[in-house]
Design a protein around this ligand. Structure first.
Ligand code: FAD
Length: 461
């Protein structure tokens, strides 16, 4: 257990803006030990916050209101890979990428691939219903979790679902996925594995502007082709990547579309030809295809280096996570960029264009620019997305960051119904209080220091 102020410092923040120290941190080694900690906390009337790797971007792990953090970093075992049933049984502290590494020998992989997958844990991925570039074809993590073992708020251990799909009765698994630690602490998960595709093709198409790239992306999907991933970088990001890492991307490009298709060889060949034809018809002035896995890695590198490269432009950034209907992308992007211009912020866009999950990044210098103004611009950006029929979060969750905007997308009756469903698990509201739902005074002790630094090389969103 950690309780000294210096030890608690590393647990007072995640990758989002907010920070606050917990009263203590425990790092149990088994589900039973987690249960015992939760029981003790419950008896003492102390709230509990589950924590995985702490890479969350919405403040879900911030222990406001004098809470105890229960970290899962000692539960890191892959308990079973079932090659025939194509499932894995894993503990919550296993980093996402390790599942695919362990399954590869059986010719299988774990499809959900948040960009943080080297470090972010399965428990955290389940907590946030994580997505990633390949969510376009495979869906987010909710589509890949079959069963969950969870410590309930009274410390008892319960199992929902299991290693087979479609069990009878109410299916609580999708309700738990994305609940941001407000229902209990996941201690095991049965996840679905998929066969490694026979063929993967990756290419980039360069456009003079964002609008042409966005229209090409929409048309690809409208033709019934579902790429495995479809990502976009705008000019600011391309220039930042060149400046920071000598990536030699064409500086005249206004946008870059990175597309990947997977499947049977005949299928990928046909899809790739159709996609290249759409891009060229929409004004792409260059299409580069990866001929080898190494070249594929190189193409992905431009995407992966985008986020850290932005630190060259301004030391601080605010990364958004709104989702908009694909058909509205060009118009929403134009409005988002206009908001940034009006406020005088540099804005960079690199995002999962295939599923409309925007990641506009406002770049600023926290030493001289007040964070309140950044938040004001950010609220306008969210509003534009919602007015276009979109929503608050595509993958990062609501947490503390966006709980006060929940009224924009849900009426009081919806929120009340969600609270009632939550209360069936946690009647006293002691599991990660203050998150997701607006209002309440639990997290009123969060200070206003909400500054985020640029991220190091190798981290991407
Ligand atoms: C550089 C970077 C790139 C990123 N890219 C992506 C991306 O592509 N897609 C994406 O979806 N996200 C992305 N994220 C956000 C983040 O990595 C994900 O939200 C991830 O799922 C969090 O996992 P974690 O282990 O760090 O969880 P934490 O941050 O520790 O926790 C996240 C939430 O889950 C809850 N939680 C954690 N463990 C458990 C458990 N065992 N039981 C119940 N609840 C639990 C916590 O209480 C909290 O509410 C990125 C973050 C960074 C910093």
């Amino acid at each position: 257990m950690f309780w000294r102020p210096d030890d608690l410092r590393v647990f007072e923040y995640d990758a989002g803006f907010d920070r606050h120290p917990p009263i203590a941190v425990v790092v149990p080694g088994t589900a039973e030990e987690i249960g015992a900690c939760v029981k003790a906390a419950s008896r003492a009337g102390i709230a509990v916050v589950p924590r995985g790797a702490g890479t969350g971007l919405s403040g879900g792990t911030i222990a406001c209101g004098g809470a105890l953090v229960i970290a899962t970093s000692r539960l890191r075992r892959i308990l079973a890979i079932d090659a025939v049933g194509q499932t894995a049984l894993v503990e919550p502290g296993v980093p996402n990428l390790q599942i695919s590494a362990a399954a590869r020998e059986a010719g299988l992989f774990f499809a959900p691939d948040p960009a943080s997958q080297r470090v972010s844990t399965i428990g955290g991925n389940i907590g946030t219903n994580a997505g990633g570039p390949h969510a376009l074809r495979y869906g987010s993590i909710v589509n890949h979790v079959l069963g969950i073992e969870m410590v309930l708020p009274d410390g008892e251990i319960a199992v929902f679902g299991g290693c087979t799909a479609d069990l009878p009765g109410y299916d609580c698994v999708p309700f738990i996925v994305g609940s941001e630690g407000t229902l209990g602490i996941v201690t095991k998960a049965w996840v679905r594995l998929l066969p490694v595709p026979e063929d993967t093709r990756t290419f980039v198409a360069l456009f003079h502007d964002v609008e042409s790239g966005a229209r090409a992306a929409s048309e690809i999907i409208a033709r019934g082709i579902v790429p495995a991933a479809m990502e976009m970088l705008d000019r600011t990001t391309i220039q930042a990547v060149n400046a920071a890492f000598d990536a030699h991307l064409p500086e005249e490009a206004g946008s870059l579309l990175l597309v990947e298709v997977e499947g049977l060889r005949e299928e990928t060949q046909a899809a790739a030809s159709a996609i290249v034809a759409v891009c060229e018809a929409r004004g792409a002035f260059g299409v580069r295809t990866a001929a080898t896995p190494a070249e594929r890695e190189l193409l992905w590198k431009a995407r992966k280096l985008g986020y850290p490269a932005l630190a060259r432009i301004r030391p601080n950034n605010y990364l958004h996570d709104a989702v908009v209907p694909r058909s509205k992308l060009p118009e929403v992007l134009a409005k988002v960029n206009a908001i940034a211009d009006r406020y005088g912020y540099v804005i960079a866009n690199m995002f999962h264009i295939g599923d409309g999950n925007l990641h506009p990044v406002l770049l600023f210098d926290g030493a001289v620019e007040p964070i309140e103004r950044v938040m004001e611009a950010s609220a306008e950006i969210l509003k534009v997305a919602i007015d276009a029929g979109g929503t608050l979060s595509g993958e990062h969750g609501i947490g503390l960051e966006k709980n006060h905007f929940m009224f924009w997308v849900f009426g009081p009756e919806d929120l009340e119904a969600m609270q009632r469903a939550r209360s069936a698990f946690d009647p006293n509201g002691m599991m990660n209080p203050g998150k997701i739902f607006p209002g309440g005074s639990i997290c009123a002790d969060i200070p206003t220091e909400r500054i985020k630094r640029g991220l190091a090389e190798g981290m991407w969103v």
